[in-house]
Design a protein around this ligand. Structure first.
Ligand code: SF4
Length: 378
């Protein structure tokens, strides 16, 4: 069921920001996007991070074949069908076309072109060589200049540094929240809301953490603890309910709406030492070795990271974790390596469910059965 209250609150939030003279930049939600640059320039980043449904997917088939990933299909569907609760998408002033994956580029180009939203480009290197880092710096300079010419004012280094610190502090708070042992669906809702509203949500997040700490014994978990990796669970997606009804509790979200976002913190020492703040984004990209955008060695790094989480969790709680690898249908980045990923972890005794699906409601029963069977087995 759609969280209408969240969407309505977000709509009011954007309206207020527009009235303050801010401009809204939409983009498809993965990682490596320099939101701090938008913030420093007087823009509001709007992540497309909404789960889909049959109607949204079908509406995208006027533009792309059904073999496009279900998330990208649904993003296009949102602009094509314009559902009432997503009217706030009309506030978007610019759409960022970036290259996290092929579906991301195609969907972003289509949204910009066919729904008449002026386009900004930002291409992110795939490799981490000196040349690719130099290329990324040029892209950042270009994006900065474009933002400055839209607003008619320079983005000062000091303002950019302040934005970087603000986002850093926000991510640190999210990391603190992430460590709390709370029901997985509650945790997800709060992480999703935080990413949607950005650092404006920081004070609310502090209150939430305080409340959970005061009631730390309230959550009695009889479910099996799992890590969710692969594709994110986006806002209003029913999959989290199926996972919990099947008997699992997600303790760690190793996805774009999760650890891949809030682990991207730039160290204070580096911020102090660096003269050009744009270099901080290059540095952050270079250190982001677990993101699925990165080649080479992404998969090896990801497996090492999950093993590390598994052993740390076992040491801390005495419990074993299982892994659900969430694969949105036709997501090349995650699906192409799923067999290798599963085999490597299972060789180490960690059970893995490769859960591939689209947003179709008709698949719910089959998904439930697969989740239950997996949890039964472990
Ligand atoms: S293919 Fe995967 S990485 Fe690309 S937009 Fe779809 S879900 Fe995201």
């Amino acid at each position: 069921m759609e969280d209408l209250e969240l969407l309505s609150d977000f709509s009011s939030f954007l309206k207020e920001k527009k009235e303050e003279g801010k401009k809204i930049i939409g983009f498809i939600s993965h990682d490596n996007i320099p939101e701090e640059l938008f913030d420093a320039g007087g823009f509001i980043p709007l992540r497309l991070m909404f789960g889909g449904n049959d109607d949204l997917m079908t509406a995208s088939h006027d533009f792309l074949p059904p073999s496009t990933c279900a998330f990208a299909q649904s993003c296009i569907g949102l602009f094509s069908l314009k559902p009432r609760s997503y009217k706030f998408l009309e506030f978007i002033d610019y759409f960022l076309v970036s290259n996290h994956c092929v579906s991301d580029i195609c969907a972003s180009e289509i949204i910009s072109k066919y729904f008449n939203i002026p386009r900004l480009n930002f291409y992110i290197s795939y490799t981490k060589t000196n040349n690719s880092l130099t290329y990324l710096k040029l892209e950042l300079q270009d994006l900065k200049q474009n933002l400055e010419s839209i607003m008619g004012s320079k983005i000062e280094n000091e303002d950019l540094l302040n934005s970087i610190k603000k986002y850093n502090n926000f991510k640190k708070k999210l990391l603190e929240f992430n460590k709390l042992y709370v029901k997985g669906s509650e945790k997800l809702k709060i992480i999703q809301k935080a990413l949607l509203f950005g650092p404006d949500f920081h004070p609310t997040l502090e209150n939430i953490i305080q409340k959970y700490k005061e009631n730390s014994n309230d959550f009695e978990n009889t479910s099996k603890d799992v890590i969710l990796t692969g594709c994110s669970i986006f806002i209003n997606d029913y999959i989290i309910d199926l996972i919990e009804e099947g008997g699992a509790n997600i303790v760690f979200y190793d996805t774009w709406i999760g650890n891949s976002y809030f682990s991207q913190i730039i160290s204070d020492d580096l911020i102090e030492a660096e003269k050009d703040p744009l270099n901080l984004f290059v540095h952050r990209f270079n250190k982001n070795i677990y993101g699925d955008h990165s080649v080479p060695n992404f998969l090896e790094n990801k497996i090492a990271q999950i093993l590390d989480m598994y052993h740390q969790y076992k040491q801390k709680t005495g419990k074993k974790l299982a892994v659900i690898n969430h694969i949105i249908k036709f997501c090349d980045h995650i699906s192409i390596m799923s067999s290798f990923f599963k085999n490597k972890l299972q060789d180490q005794g960690i059970p893995v469910l490769n859960l591939e699906r689209d947003y179709s409601k008709a698949n719910k029963g089959q998904l439930s059965t697969r989740i239950e069977a997996f949890l039964e087995m472990i």
